[in-house]
Design a protein around this ligand. Structure first.
Ligand SMILES: [Fe+2]
Length: 250
């Protein structure tokens, strides 16, 4: 699946489903709400830490989980644009959730820029890969101009440019964000959503005008969700700085 309205400046489509589907490990239960975050090279240690995390906090069996994560990492790294050194490092996250009503109202958004690009690499389309091992998949709208236009209108309406010299007010910003969330949920209520089958891995761009609009789903059952994105070592280190995270820590 690709978009027929991609930004002409984008050399690769903003949204795609990887051709190979995963064989998912048999998971039925999340025992604890928890997140795993890793910023470093793709290593065997990452594989065992990610497997341990899922096997400890869900009822997933280790060997099937390992096979599935290897599959995800191999396929996404192969798909990712760039030379070996341009995708040698990653940010991998796994989110385990129990049912919550927090996303009954979708949080439609485009992912912004995740890190400072290496010099000369500013035009490379950067993507994130996402897959759901258990529970409802991410909500995603088609990568179309009318969809982007609605998001732009929401930003203009609820986050107007502050007057010169006015300090950033975090509380005010959060209030605006909540109002925009409600407004976008109504605007997109009747919009066609993309559907993902079990075991599909979706690639979607970030930090661009035509980056896909998406949201967490209404989490009505236990969920195991995983994303990974790649960059050079300096880019992922930059990302850690922006997020106050530690590079190379398991
Ligand atoms: Fe997002």
């Amino acid at each position: 699946m690709t978009s027929d309205t991609q930004d002409p400046a984008s050399p690769i489509p903003p949204l795609a489903i990887l051709p190979e589907r995963l064989t998912l490990p048999p998971i039925t239960t999340v025992k604890e709400v928890k997140s795993f975050n890793y910023y470093d090279h793709v290593t065997p240690e990452l594989l065992s830490a990610a497997t341990d995390f899922i096997a400890t906090h869900t009822d997933a069996p280790g060997p099937e989980t390992t096979r599935c994560i290897i599959h995800i990492l191999n396929n996404t790294r192969l798909d990712c644009v760039g030379t070996e050194s341009e995708k040698v490092a990653c940010w991998l996250t796994i989110r385990l959730t129990n049912p919550t009503n927090y996303f009954q109202v979708p949080r439609w958004h485009q992912d912004g820029r995740m890190y400072h690009y290496d010099e000369g690499k500013e035009e490379v389309v950067r993507s994130k890969y996402a897959t759901t091992l258990l529970g409802p998949p991410t909500l995603m709208l088609p990568a179309q101009q009318d969809v982007f236009q609605t998001t732009r209108s929401g930003k203009d309406k609820f986050h107007p440019k502050p007057a010169d010299g006015k300090k950033f007010d975090k509380k005010q910003w959060q209030k605006q964000e909540e109002s925009m969330r409600t407004w976008l949920a109504e605007e997109y209520e009747e919009s066609k959503r993309l559907e993902f089958a079990n075991g599909e891995v979706v690639r979607f761009s970030w930090g661009r005008e035509d980056s896909p609009v998406h949201s967490e789903p209404d989490i009505t059952s236990d969920r195991v969700f995983m994303t990974v994105l790649y960059g050079s070592k300096t880019e992922i280190k930059e990302m850690c700085k922006w997020r106050n995270e530690e590079y190379g820590k398991l």
